[in-house]
Design a protein around this ligand. Structure first.
Ligand SMILES: Nc1nc2c(ncn2[C@@H]2O[C@H](COP(=O)(O)OP(=O)(O)OP(=O)(O)O)[C@@H](O)[C@H]2O)c(=O)[nH]1
Ligand SMILES: [Mg+2]
Length: 394
């Protein structure tokens, strides 16, 4: 395990508690990427230092610790500018990564198919290109001229050309695979398509497996799934297609969203979204927001959506002692019942509470999905809905 330290800030935009939660997630990302977090550094500041992100005193603390403990990697929770990255690398004299690097790295490790690998590489190149430029802006600003025709300039030009050529090539490759995939999707005819979406690690693949009796890789790490799997599912008398795809995360690098656009076609073209939420996670409301944000980025909003609150078996509210008169009841003390009467009650029967692992309430889930799919089916084939009459299980 590669030893790493995490560095985050507490600002007006993110308070101490949020900062802690983000670092928890960053630690999980680090673990997923194959690293071990030895220590976290946080600093309160009005705004990040433009040169070194955190203050100069703090960065020296980090440097000392890294030297003492022989740490190879420093990971920042926020995206560093090229200049910051350069300055910090110089001071710390170790590998400096940010959240984007980490996510890209995990995606690179996880990419199984050549399609996924191509998409990840494209995202990496896109991430790299402006950074190559950043390294040499001091030369660029002077626009060549005497003394500027040194090897530096040609080197960067060569590097950039290589990266740009690579990007062009990758795009061509992706386009041709896209075509194949569009044909495949076309061949599936007019079957109703249901897509599982949600934050990473919420249990999408587990749910897919129990519903479709298939074997999609699921594990307690982030981004277990990168490619989209499509399965034919039959509930009662009604066949439809269900897809399981890559999970979302807060601050998903835009380059990744961009290059995964085609993987996400399955979501964009779906008739019904099942938005899976890990209700046992403290931050599940924020997760929902992140997912909705990405859905709007890929233009997949305004679709019929059922919210599936998963992992109810693992949900435990923080208890307040009965004789504790001071503690104020907050969301962390809500029982599941109380949650159901919050904003969740407004989405009515579009909120389902299940446990994919313990197979709780799966019958309700199937029934709800069946009703919805049937509705879509009937409106799509108004003349032959007799094919799918009401079905009573004896
Ligand atoms: N306690 C509990 N754990 C669950 C439940 N459903 C899934 N899990 C666990 O949550 C972890 C993540 O499950 P996955 O199905 O891989 O989640 P995913 O949403 O597909 O994740 P990514 O593909 O990484 O985005 C696994 O360790 C599952 O065993 C549940 O209902 N209850
Ligand atoms: Mg998965």
């Amino acid at each position: 395990m590669e030893k790493a330290v995490l560095i985050g800030v507490i600002t007006r935009a993110q308070n101490e508690e949020q900062s802690k939660e983000y670092l928890d997630e960053l630690e999980f990302l680090t673990y997923t990427a194959g690293g071990e977090v030895v220590k976290r550094f946080t600093q309160k500041m009005d705004m990040p230092n433009p040169k070194t992100f955190i203050g100069s005193g703090k960065i020296q603390d980090v440097e000392r610790f890294i030297k003492d403990k022989d740490i190879g990697t420093a990971i920042f929770d926020d995206e560093l500018s090229p200049a910051q990255e350069r300055n910090i690398s110089k001071i710390l004299d170790c590998k400096v990564l940010d959240r984007t690097n980490l996510i890209l790295d995990i995606f690179a490790q996880r990419a199984q198919t050549s399609y996924a690998r191509t998409q990840v590489e494209l995202a990496q190149c896109e991430y790299l290109l402006p950074r190559l430029k950043g390294m040499w802006t001091h030369l660029e600003r002077q626009k060549g001229g005497i003394g500027m025709r040194g090897p530096g300039e040609t080197e960067i030009e060569t590097d950039r050309r290589i990266v740009r050529d690579r990007i062009a090539l990758l795009k061509v490759k992706i386009k041709s695979i896209d075509k194949q995939m569009a044909v495949q999707r076309g061949n599936r005819g007019k079957m109703v398509r249901v897509a599982l979406v949600g934050y990473t690690n919420v249990g999408k693949s587990t749910l897919m497996n129990v519903i479709s009796k298939s074997k999609v890789f699921a594990e307690n790490k982030l981004f277990a799934t990168l490619d989209t799997t499509v399965r034919k599912v039959v509930i009662k008398n009604l066949p439809f297609l269900m897809s399981d795809t890559v999970g979302f995360i807060r601050k998903l690098p835009t380059q990744l969203v961009e290059s995964f656009k085609s993987t996400l076609d399955e979501v964009r073209e779906a008739d019904l979204l099942l938005h899976v939420v890990d209700i046992s996670h403290r931050n599940f409301e924020e997760h929902i927001e992140s997912v909705n944000k990405i859905l709007s980025e890929i233009e997949a909003t305004n679709k019929p959506t059922i919210m599936v609150f998963n992992k109810i078996d693992a949900y435990t509210p923080e208890l307040i002692e009965e004789d504790d008169l001071i503690a104020i009841r907050t969301k962390i003390n809500y029982t599941l019942q109380e949650w159901k009467s919050t904003w969740m009650s407004k989405i009515g029967n579009n909120a389902l509470f299940v446990s994919a692992l313990k197979k709780e309430n799966l019958e309700d889930f199937k029934k709800r999905v069946y009703d919805e799919v049937r509705q879509i089916h009937i409106s799509r084939f108004p003349y032959n809905h007799f094919l799918y009459p009401d079905y009573e299980e004896s």
